[in-house]
Ligand binder design. Structure first.
Ligand code: FES
Length: 91
């Protein structure tokens, strides 16, 4: 169960697999996805197992997904208006 504390940060919209998702300015992509109940970011290349953010500090690489066309760590990338996120992960 996740719940956001009340704050007055700006709401922004990012696109996730072609669908709009509302996020709060300053959040990482990983946090924005999690708060919208998107915990599976990709599947592992070998077994197809679900993968998602684990360490939230740039160490595990489990959150590597395509953000604005480049493979980036979702936990270290802050959301930005109009950002395009693809949940396909590492090829
Ligand atoms: S969650 Fe571990 S590197 Fe992003």
């Amino acid at each position: 169960m996740r719940r956001r504390c009340e704050d007055d940060r700006e709401s922004i919209t990012i696109m996730v697999d072609g669908r709009p998702l509302v996020a709060r300015a300053g959040d990482s992509v990983a946090v924005a996805l999690g708060l919208n109940d998107i915990l599976k970011m990709r599947s592992s290349p070998a077994a197809g197992a679900p993968r998602g953010a684990f360490c939230f500090m740039g160490v595990c690489q489990e959150c590597a997904i395509y953000i604005d066309g480049a493979l980036r760590q979702a936990c270290l990338t802050r959301v930005a208006e109009g950002m395009v996120v693809e949940l396909r992960g590492v090829p």
